[in-house]
Design a protein around this ligand. Structure first.
Ligand code: UDP
Ligand code: MG
Length: 314
């Protein structure tokens, strides 16, 4: 029988945890009762270096019921690293691992269907949001635009899928072979291959607490995704460079002609085109710099996380 681990990264989630834990337990126990998963299945919380009561609550839950367990990272490493730590830990014990956020925005009702697809031979089952009715127009527009842009640039991510997914043990082990420290899991998982499918679900509001992804962090994450998956921005810069060089040469020729004919003082045209070119060059250099910077961090092969405490090894 399948042993299932549900992995939930938690950062300062003392408000959401007491509300979501009973719902998660109910789901896990109902699946055990229906003989769909083994009694060794667990809900694995990953404390991502929270300084509030998150780890204390996880410990209390573990003492109350052995179906709850947890690991605690040595410090805050961010959602993607925390998730990877949970997946890799769970893969030591589980046949199938489902990742989701602790705020239960992702409908846990979809777990049954994910399991069915796993039993039918899928190694990866992506949770895909049906509609974004509960998102604001701005969130919907930016989020859907992000998927479209990244795929246009050559990335291969599943439309409207975040990090709610089921992975088999071997899929997680394969993911572990990707050693990069700039993690963008939803871009990496489709690269693994194996048989996959999707499950549609409705995304809800947070049960409690605040989003740890404000607009600034969301944009940074999207930019990180693009630069992790594709070199298209660099190619775009090269083409833009050719275009502006040609335009510049033509502009210069026109300016010299105007000047020789004493039709107008073209000094302002020159100044404004210099400023524009300077801006474009600096912007382009910035993007190139980001790629170089990322490479710099990758070649260091720094560890992605350390587990400080592990309730599974008690
Ligand atoms: N999270 C984490 N480490 C961080 C930030 C967030 O483990 O540094 C967790 C957080 O507790 C939650 C999940 O990642 O379970 C997603 O975060 P959130 O719900 O705030 O993001 P949103 O759904 O608003 O994009
Ligand atoms: Mg959330």
């Amino acid at each position: 029988m399948t042993t299932l681990y549900i992995v939930l990264p938690c950062y300062k989630e003392e408000e959401a945890l007491p509300l979501s834990a009973p719902k998660l337990k109910e789901k896990l126990l109902s699946l055990i009762d229906k003989n769909k998963i083994s009694d060794d299945s667990r809900i694995l919380f990953v404390n991502d270096g929270s300084k509030d009561g998150t780890w204390r609550i996880i410990n209390e839950l573990h003492e109350q019921d052995r179906h709850f367990t947890g690991i605690s990272l040595s410090r805050n490493r961010g959602h993607q690293n925390a998730l990877l730590a949970g997946l890799e830990t769970a893969a030591k014990y589980a046949d199938a691992i489902i990742s989701m956020d602790v705020d239960l925005q992702d409908d846990i009702g979809a777990v049954d269907e994910m399991l069915e697809k796993f039993e039918a031979g899928c190694d990866v089952v992506y949770g895909v949001r049906k509609a974004r009715k509960k998102d604001s127009f701005f969130k919907r527009f930016t989020a859907e635009g992000f998927y479209k842009i990244i795929n246009k640039m050559g990335g291969d991510i599943v439309f409207n899928h975040a990090d709610y997914r089921l992975m088999s043990k071997r899929a997680v082990n394969a993911l572990g072979e990707y050693k990069e420290c700039n993690l963008f899991l939803r871009g990496l998982v489709p690269m693994i291959g194996f048989k996959s499918d999707i499950v549609l679900y409705e995304r809800d509001k947070r049960v409690a607490g605040e989003s740890k992804y404000p607009l600034k962090k969301m944009l940074a994450f999207a930019y990180d995704g693009v630069t992790s998956l594709t070199l298209t921005p660099l190619k775009f810069i090269r083409r833009a460079g050719i275009f502006f060089t040609l335009t510049g040469v033509l502009g210069l020729a026109a300016t010299i002609t105007l000047f020789c004919l004493s039709i107008a003082s073209s000094v302002w045209i020159v100044i404004s085109s210099l400023v524009t070119m300077g801006g474009i060059l600096e912007f382009s250099l910035g993007i190139v710099g980001d790629y170089v910077g990322k490479t710099y961090f990758e070649v260091k092969h720094r560890p992605r996380y350390f587990i400080a405490e592990n309730l599974l090894e008690e």
